[in-house]
Write a protein that binds this ligand. Sequence first.
Ligand SMILES: NC(=O)c1ccc[n+]([C@@H]2O[C@H](COP(=O)([O-])OP(=O)(O)OC[C@H]3O[C@@H](n4cnc5c(N)ncnc54)[C@H](OP(=O)(O)O)[C@@H]3O)[C@@H](O)[C@H]2O)c1
Length: 257
Amino acid sequence: MLGANMQITVLGATGVLGHQLVENLVNRGHAVVEAHRSGGVDAYRDHGLQEAVAGSDWVVDCLNLQTLSPGRAVDFFTTTAHHIAEAARTSGARVAVVSIVGAANPALHRSLGYYKGKAAQESVYHDEVPPERLLMFRSTQWFELVETLLNQTSLGPIAAVPHMRVQPLAVADAAGFLADAIEQNHSGDRAVAGPDVRDMAELAAQVAAVRAKRTLVIPITLGRVLRQNLLLPDDGALIGTTSWADWLAEFRAAQSR
Ligand SMILES: NC(=O)c1ccc[n+]([C@@H]2O[C@H](COP(=O)([O-])OP(=O)(O)OC[C@H]3O[C@@H](n4cnc5c(N)ncnc54)[C@H](OP(=O)(O)O)[C@@H]3O)[C@@H](O)[C@H]2O)c1
């Protein structure tokens, strides 16, 4: 069977997506090399990368830097992409990159620093990895991002969350779609999204209402770009099956455990 019993290096294995991807791939019977800085692999400094990728069929870039600065985002995502593309070229591994639906659109990344970094990351991979060995896996926002945004925008008991039109999915669904594409040795683009279009500020208010730490969400309007449809997928995206209602019910239950 195509893609059976592969060795896959997951960079960012301790992250929100990387952790779920590792679990998913191991459950399918693949050998996984889990890479992150505390395990001695630094993709930015190019330390331990060649060793982590050697012998693998795939290397998956699930790295992240939380920043709103365009300079820091571009520096991190392009430097790591150069190093990973080089390690993959040396070892012969295919490359899967986790990016964001819409990030490559200048109308979006012109005003959002983080997305500028993701757009630059995509360019490096397109320039440096042969297309038949590159999977550009673009996801919409994850349900799990809602609480992250809530925390990032909080000042004491109040959070100012922007109105954003999003079509989010559960990170577990994103990890499953990514594992499917890897097993199929898929190259080219693949987009994944959630079942419904929602307003991020409304989702944040719902998370705030059920978590232990009480926060009052004030929806704010941050320019037109976030209210347009630039973060939504084109037709043809794979759609996750976990609904927001089911995810929120599980989130609520986890709060009381
Ligand atoms: N959040 C969303 O809704 C969403 C949606 C679509 C796409 N994405 C994309 O998905 C990717 C993963 O996001 P995430 O939220 O899962 O990330 P995350 O939770 O912030 O985890 C980042 C991972 O990268 C590792 N890391 C950071 N710097 C490193 C370095 N220099 N060398 C090696 N490892 C390093 C971290 O481990 P250590 O700190 O231990 O090194 C950690 O395992 C990102 O590229 C993001 O743009 C996110």
